[in-house]
Design a protein around this ligand. Structure first.
Ligand code: D5M
Ligand code: FE
Ligand code: ZN
Length: 501
């Protein structure tokens, strides 16, 4: 294969299983005999190296032709016109896509539908909606009574309650009291410390809806809990799959505008999308934090390369243009984006949409349910994951295994169960944060860690980021997983992780 263009060099490298620095590619393509340079470079690469560096190519060039010094090669490179590999990529491999085979629907999008004004009544309405929709999922599990009815039942009767958790505390003897609230009132439920279900108490978050059943005390003032249920995903869930071999790249946390945004990794990824290997990747879902934003965290401005938020979106849009033009893109906002912080977050404003016109991307709220050729993807940025990880024991949720924190959200059938901590909730007449339908894929980001796994046949994926470690993250020992692109087969739900870091 002639290797006269950068894109051909990249395809060749990728087909042999290598990543390369962009400059290494340019050096090969502009050398006198690109095929020979590439072969030499790979032959002399250490066995464990996955990435071809520019330094290595220079060394090879120097050795094979001592008269052509590095400086000369560098000049040659500098004189290469400003056409980047991105523009030349389509020549190398022509993606052929059949748009008529595609289908993409978005549900649960509240963009433009916001009704909440932040009044007390709005909060009452949203909590009532949460209670009603989640309690419906628990009704078949317990023989439930309202808290008011319980109070007038004879002592020692068997009874169940479905309620929103208003308090969890331990007693002097080490037992647990869970206060459950329904639309009538609050009722205390006691979990004995030596019962096996005491192990579940540390999974409970405030404001989530659970069901318990057991026996009332002599005076019917408290319920002794024998079983505890979460709304959960039925184990019988059968995911839908696409009718053809087609893939989606699920990413998040691009953070354009930050000093730590990994522009090269991004371009390598975009570049790879143009290659034959990525021919079936027809969808790109971005789960929030497109840009770094301004004033998100104290002293954040010290790490910005672009200080104007609109300029950040302009720049993001430029990076988006590197992605093949035929791809379907879906984006939701995150906490660094220029939309309200409280969840649900509406999709980007018209002003921002006008900036990000590349690819005619679909823009939806956080969270949204995006159905790609029959496969439903619940996209949620993931701010509540910080909360779940802080509240739950490490074996149930941690930054190292972010997918386990996602399992908890699936189990609670709510993307942000606990109100009033990290996660701000905006009252709308409906609780858009309830996980009503079981998704086939649950896609989050935010914690900048890569992790995935199956929970009751739902593929849970937290997609890492395109930002290297920030000073803040260093100070608290967060080691981000940067420059990974998770690719899912929509026909099998199998995942492949591509590394571009
Ligand atoms: O969040 C990236 C991750 O880092 C997420 O787990 C929150 C955490 N983070 C980052 N910066 C801060 C500050 N300053 N305070 C608290 N937590 C932080 P992202 O949304 O990308 O910033
Ligand atoms: Fe982020
Ligand atoms: Zn975030």
């Amino acid at each position: 294969m002639p290797l006269e263009s950068d894109a051909r060099v990249v395809s060749e490298l990728v087909s042999r299983g290598y990543n390369a620095e962009r400059e290494a590619v340019t050096l090969i393509a502009s050398s006198a005999d690109p095929t020979r340079t590439l072969t030499l470079a790979l032959d002399t690469l250490p066995a464990d190296a996955l990435k071809l560096t520019a330094a290595h190519v220079r060394a090879v060039l120097d050795q094979s032709d001592p008269s052509a010094s590095t400086a000369d090669v560098q000049t040659a490179v500098d004189s290469v016109p400003d056409s980047t590999p991105v523009e030349t990529a389509p020549e190398a491999f022509e993606r052929t896509v059949d748009h008529s085979l595609r289908s993409l629907q978005i549900a649960n999008d509240m963009t433009g539908e916001s009704t909440g004004t932040g009044r007390y009544e709005d909060f009452v309405a949203v909590f009532r909606d949460r209670y009603e929709r989640l309690s419906a999922k628990l009704r078949s599990r317990v023989n439930h009574r309202t808290t008011r009815a319980l109070k007038s039942m004879p002592g020692n009767s068997e009874a169940g309650i479905i309620g929103m958790v208003s308090d969890v505390r331990s007693t002097a003897n080490g037992h647990w009291i869970i206060e459950l609230e329904d639309t009538n009132g609050v009722f205390p439920c006691l979990v004995m410390k030596d019962r096996p279900l005491a192990d579940l108490v540390n999974e409970i978050l405030l404001d989530e809806v659970i069901a318990v059943d057991g026996t009332l005390s002599d005076d019917a003032g408290i319920l002794f809990v024998e079983s505890l249920y979460f709304p959960d995903i039925p184990r019988t869930h059968k995911p839908s799959t696409a009718d053809r071999h087609v893939q989606a790249a699920l990413i998040s946390d691009v953070h354009v505008g930050s000093q730590e945004f990994m522009a090269d990794a991004w371009s390598d990824f975009a570049h790879w999308l143009h290659t034959e290997e990525a021919e079936h990747v027809e969808y790109l879902c971005i789960a929030g934090d497109m840009v770094e934003g301004v004033g998100i965290y104290p002293n954040q401005d010290e790490e910005l390369t672009i200080i104007d938020i609109y300029d950040q979106y302009e720049e993001f849009s430029e990076y988006l243009k590197e992605v093949p033009g035929d791809m379907e893109i879906v984006m939701i906002p995150g906490n660094h984006d220029a939309v309200r912080l409280a969840e649900p977050q509406p999709g980007f404003s018209d002003e921002l949409r006008d900036i990000m016109t590349a690819h005619d991307a679909q823009i939806a709220s956080n969270p949204s349910v995006v159905t790609l050729e029959g496969v439903s993807v619940l996209m949620y940025h993931g701010v509540s994951l910080d909360e779940v990880i802080a509240e739950l024991p490490a074996d149930k949720a941690s930054y190292e295994e972010p997918h386990k924190a996602m399992y908890q959200l699936l189990k609670k059938r709510h993307v942000a169960p606990q109100y009033g901590g990290h996660t701000r909730v905006a009252p709308e007449e409906k609780d858009y944060l309830v996980i009503d339908e079981v998704p086939d894929i649950f896609h989050t980001g935010h914690v900048h860690k890569l992790g995935y796994g199956m929970y009751h046949n739902v593929l849970a994926l937290n997609s890492g980021c395109w930002q290297a470690q920030t000073d803040f993250q260093k100070s608290v020992n967060i080691n981000p997983d940067s420059g990974f692109a998770p690719i899912v087969d929509l026909d099998t739900l199998e995942m492949t992780i591509r590394s571009f870091n």
